[in-house]
Design a binder for this molecule. Structure first.
Ligand code: MSP
Length: 645
């Protein structure tokens, strides 16, 4: 019989920043799902890669004074190097700058254009440069982009549009008739509720006058392809669409793993693109939540990223994978803290599993010199753990089929906890004191050894190295492919009577919390602080010198542009006793509308000066950040004139 097939993908990650724990999570989740399907005797293919076109990459390369391609090469390599470090066994790594990929994007665009689903039109809309897309008024939050928190700019352009609206009813019907198309259900509902409103056609081009770093449209050399239209196609270009063998084998048996930030492109644009291009629709989308740090999404722009390499160096790869899969309820957000990972390692791994394993093998060594006694037929039923093992396997399978990794692991750990209780109830140490109980003791230990054999098989997708370590210690003949299939775990009682087992090495060393706290050094912290800024400090001044500066809270009453300058704004500020006119060079970072009503800090006793012919009676304080100026302010509204010390 032909094997069932399954194709798994991660998002292709932008190369505007190096990989962090959030990226590692999605890739590990897809790896766990792939390994699980392999245990289910399916043929799998696992793709990940990097998304290398678009504004974001150009900006990141600019910041580093390098070319987009050189920059992409460098960061893409970091994503590639991370995979083996996390025990991720991908079959392919795709880059959107690969010539084959570019060829497929071109072919698909041509196909959709020829079929009449792409048209040219002039469009005026609200464009967020951070997201590289137009926004509808209703999608904004208080007039601002929900992701970047800045007001999008109104721009007018002629562009190419993809007739998504034509496929809206079809998509709704597809989602409703394909039970697992988007899972978990809350995300399916989110997409369906978005589709209750009329779907806008998608602008799929960017004029080269604005962006050149992209794939040229086959039907207009003055435009490049919108980054999502390019990126999504990776899932079929990687397989060698249209004639490649892999494409024929694995498309459309595809499950895409993504976080909730990108469900719209995956749940709406992508199926419609496939439909319009005459391709089969992928099987489904598995959507997870965000890893947060102190309540905010871990992301480069917030500066709270955790480097997965640092975490694995500190805690080990298997514990890291276990923590990620156990801590996050797939679909919901989770918090990353060092305390959480330490307590999972100590409680679940060192204590529950590690201790259990070493207790069992140590008792077997102590009481039987390591020899497996096997079970006494007359006592087998009384001491059997088989039913508990079957429960664990069933619970694991049911959860893993639905990507509920946390539940799958919980099912194994319920069995581990049963075994720990079983030891306490049956007291092997008491049985050992009574020679007439030798076969009872042998039977108890045999059931426990069998129990941890089952556990060693089930943990494979999440902790492959630990699974192997346990199986070697149990003297099992590990199949050449490196794991036991699900249907090889049972029957019960596979370990042969008479084999000799050694005392095992410790699976997971306990982390000494006190010692960690006393050794804590800034270098050890795995949640990265924002890079600090280290220009030389100015010469020391006395408190008297400082107190000569009269700093005041000031409210901006009006603001206008100085027409002859691109960056100067004329502000009128209330400093309590007086109003002042201040000329500030913040026009590239703030619009006049942004400023009226804002509270800032003003140097109130600065000698008057003329700037571009305008009188300036003070100075507002601001910090420069990259190419922007960020105004200083207060956490609470103050009365204008309030001194600042
Ligand atoms: N390039 C696009 C995807 C194109 S796919 C055809 C992109 N790239 S990204 O680098 O921003 O990656 C987003 C993905 O990274 C998320 O969907 C998720 O898989 C992962 N994560 C990034 N930050 C994350 C968290 N804080 N938490 C969980 N996952 C995170 O979007």
């Amino acid at each position: 019989m032909e094997k069932k097939r399954q194709f798994f993908t991660t998002p292709i990650y932008y190369v505007n920043a190096k990989p962090h724990l959030g990226h590692a999570y999605t890739s590990i989740a897809a790896d766990v799902a792939t390994r699980y399907k392999q245990m289910d005797n399916q043929e799998t293919y696992f793709l990940t890669g990097t998304d290398e076109h678009g504004d974001k990459i150009v900006q990141a390369a600019d910041d580093q004074n390098t070319s987009p391609k050189a920059y992409a090469d460098q960061i893409s390599q970091l994503f590639q190097d991370l995979l083996p470090l996390l025990q991720i066994k991908n079959d392919q790594f795709i880059r959107t700058t690969d010539p084959d990929h570019i060829g497929v994007v071109t072919a698909i665009l041509t196909k959709i254009h020829d079929s009449g689903d792409i048209y040219f039109a002039s469009y005026e809309g609200l464009y967020c440069f951070g997201c590289e897309r137009f926004y509808q008024e209703r999608e904004l939050v208080e007039g601002k982009c929900p992701d970047h928190g800045v007001a999008p700019e109104k721009i007018k352009e002629s562009n190419y549009f993809f007739k998504m609206s034509k496929y809206q009813e079809w998509l709704i019907d597809h989602i409703n008739t394909h039970e697992n198309f988007i899972q978990p259900a809350q995300y399916k509902n989110e997409i369906l509720s978005f589709l209750k409103e009329p779907l806008e056609d998608l602008c799929i081009s960017r004029p080269k006058t604005r962006l050149t770093w992209g794939i040229t449209l086959p039907f207009d050399p003055d435009y490049v392809t919108y980054v999502w239209f390019d990126a999504l196609v990776n899932y079929v270009s990687a397989l060698g669409y249209p004639d490649g063998d892999k494409f024929k084998r694995f498309w459309p048996t595809t499950r895409h793993f993504v976080a909730k930030d990108i469900i719209k492109p995956h749940g709406i644009y992508w199926p419609i693109m496939l439909k319009a291009a005459g391709l089969d629709i992928y099987e489904g989308l598995n959507v997870h939540g965000f890893w947060n740090v102190k309540g905010s999404k871990m992301s480069k722009s917030i500066g709270n990223v955790t480097d997965p390499i640092e975490v694995t160096k500190e805690f080990g790869v298997d514990p890291f994978r276990y923590f990620l899969m156990r801590e996050m309820v797939f679909g919901l957000d989770a918090n990353f803290t060092e305390d959480a990972i330490v307590s999972r390692i100590n409680a679940d791994l060192a204590n529950d599993l590690g201790n259990l394993f070493s207790r069992i093998l140590s008792m077997n060594t102590r009481y039987f010199e390591g020899k497996i006694m096997g079970q006494d037929a007359a006592l087998a039923a009384q001491f059997s753990l088989e039913a508990n093992a079957i429960n664990a396997i069933d619970g694991f399978k049911e959860a893993m089929e639905r990507c509920q990794f946390h539940k799958g692991l919980a099912s194994i750990w319920a069995f581990i906890s049963t075994m720990n209780k079983y030891i306490d109830t049956n007291e092997p140490w008491s049985l050992a004191k009574d020679p007439s109980k030798e076969s009872a003791l042998g039977t108890v230990l045999y059931n426990l050894v069998e129990g941890v054999r089952v556990v060693s098989c089930l943990i494979y997708p999440v902790m492959p190295a630990t699974s192997r370590k346990m199986q070697l210690a149990l003297g099992l003949e590990i199949p050449a492919k490196g794991f036991f299939d699900l249907d090889q775990i049972l029957p019960w009682a596979q370990i042969k009577k008479g084999v000799s087992l050694d005392k095992p090495e410790i699976l997971f060393p306990r982390i000494d919390i006190k010692e960690r706290a006393s050794n804590a050094s800034p270098q050890k912290a795995v949640v990265k602080k924002k890079k600090s800024f280290k220009p030389a400090l100015k010469e020391e001044i006395s408190i008297e010198d400082f107190s000569k500066i009269d700093l005041r809270a000031a409210t901006i009453l009006s603001a206008e542009k100085i027409e002859t300058s691109s960056k100067l704004l004329k502000l009128v500020v209330d400093i309590g006793a007086q109003t002042r006119q201040v000329i500030a060079g913040i026009g590239k970072s703030y619009t006049p509308q942004d400023l009226v009503g804002k509270q800032v800090i003003v140097v109130a006793n600065l000698k008057e000066a003329r700037i571009m012919g305008e009188l300036s009676q003070g100075m507002v304080l601001a910090a420069s950040h990259k190419k922007e100026l960020i105004l200083s302010g207060f956490e609470k509204d103050l009365l204008p004139g309030n001194p600042v010390k």
